[in-house]
Write a protein that binds this ligand. Structure first.
Ligand code: HEM
Ligand code: NAG
Ligand code: NAG
Ligand code: NAG
Ligand code: NAG
Length: 332
């Protein structure tokens, strides 16, 4: 290659590199905060010792953060006088929990390496640890995300799926994020741990699709159990288990779906619908296949990026420009 052409191609490639966000990579903090991952894992271990369910609640945060403008910690911003954030969005309000576990992990990481590790990355590490510490697979996470400068309740309302959603709707939604049918079914296996409210299922127990009748795909004895848990007109904040082993990350969720014992409509529809059923069957028979597909799905979910400018937040709930105390303390 003549020298001028070489120079030109170097210039061009550096221009392109500056325009696209820098690629995420596993060793991102290996020089600047090598202890970050072990610190976050210790915090998760302590949180789960206090409350086992916090693993499920933390893992769910990755889904709700990453689907809305990419994995940018936008989910974690508290509302301000001028910004209504994602925490108060339809799928999140009175539902998402364990934000304080992320705060604790971020504070611990800040003590070790101030101003280095983003809240968005803490969520990704914590979600992985939650799965691993619940008996699920381990995987290497890519890091180097920036935290958003704003959040949008509206964006979350537009994107996050309802528990009423059917397989066709979910397949289309996931395809917009380059997530395949296999990814959809595998990622839904996150409902192998955790709980949901009666609020999320009363419609299917008493008035599925406005029919005035229950969802006929619910196995009768399971329906009786759900009717007792969530009587018509009862307290919709009461919670039930998402599968038969809600503290263990395993493939029980898929076995339950095959038996008509899915908790949410969005779960059971994956077995009812022909386009997703084959993966439910596959994962119900082979946990190794589920674990591999789940890891692949979580990595793809973690790759979603907004491309918008960002920062390393000092406190996950507030953008740095609104955090003058910290700015004064650190003299930055
Ligand atoms: C496929 C579309 C999905 C729908 C429609 C959906 C919907 C829901 C709903 C309605 C709840 C219960 C909320 C409540 O009653 O307060 C829930 C809980 C949960 N979701 Fe999903 N979800 C989906 C996918 C995912 C994905 C991809 C993940 C993670 C990768 C995830 C992780 C969880 C976890 C762990 C819980 C239990 C949380 C806890 O116990 O605090 N979900 N989901
Ligand atoms: C699935 O849901 C969509 C939108 O909510 C609806 O238009 C469609 O008719 C449903 N499909 C089936 C097979 O029920
Ligand atoms: C999906 O993949 C296409 C082609 O690789 C890419 O142009 C697009 O930005 C991707 N979409 C998302 C949401 O990542
Ligand atoms: C069932 O839902 C339909 C449509 O959403 C509504 O018109 C009807 O009143 C509901 N029936 C009952 C018993 O709640
Ligand atoms: C489960 O799937 C894995 C990976 O594809 C395979 O190696 C293994 O033999 C399968 N196990 C059974 C019992 O079929």
């Amino acid at each position: 290659m003549p020298p001028t052409t070489l120079l030109l191609s170097l210039l061009l490639s550096s221009t392109i590199a500056a325009a696209a966000p820098p690629p995420l990579r596993p060793e991102f903090y290996s020089e600047t905060c090598p202890e970050a991952e072990s610190i976050v894992r210790d915090v998760l271990r302590r949180a789960m010792a206090r409350e086992t369910r916090s693993a499920a609640s933390v893992m769910r945060l990755q889904f709700h953060d990453c689907l809305v403008n990419g994995c940018d910690g936008s989910l974690l911003l508290d509302d301000t006088a001028t910004m209504v954030g994602e925490k108060s969005a339809l799928s999140n309000v009175d539902s998402l929990r364990s934000y304080e576990v992320i705060d604790e992990a971020k504070e611990a990481v800040e003590r070790a390496c101030p101003g280095v590790v983003s809240c968005a990355d803490v969520v990704i590490m914590a979600a992985r640890d939650a799965v691993l510490l619940s008996g699920g697979p381990n995987w290497e996470v890519k890091l180097g995300r920036k935290d958003s400068l704003s959040a949008s309740q509206e964006a979350s309302n537009d994107i996050m799926p309802s528990p009423r959603a059917n397989a066709t709707y979910l397949t289309n939604l996931f395809s917009k994020f380059n997530l395949t049918i296999k990814d959809l079914v595998a990622l839904s296996g996150s409902h192998s741990i955790g709980k949901a409210r009666c609020f999320s299922i009363v419609f299917r127990l008493y008035n599925q699709s406005g029919s005035g009748r229950p969802d006929p795909t619910i196995e009768p004895r399971y329906r009786e159990k759900l009717n007792k848990l969530c009587p018509l007109g009862g307290d919709e904040e009461v919670t039930g288990d998402l599968d038969a082993t809600p503290e263990r990350f395993d493939n029980q969720y898929y076995k339950d779906l095959v038996n008509g014992r899915g908790f949410l409509n969005s779960d059971q529809t994956l077995f009812t619908s022909p386009e997703t059923r084959e993966y439910v069957m596959m994962f119900s028979k082979n946990q190794t296949k589920f674990f591999r597909a789940f890891v692949e799905g979580m990595v793809k979910l973690g790759d979603l990026q907004s491309g918008l400018p960002g920062e390393i937040r000092r406190n996950c709930r507030v953008v740095n420009s609104r955090w003058p105390e910290v700015l004064l303390e650190t003299g930055r």
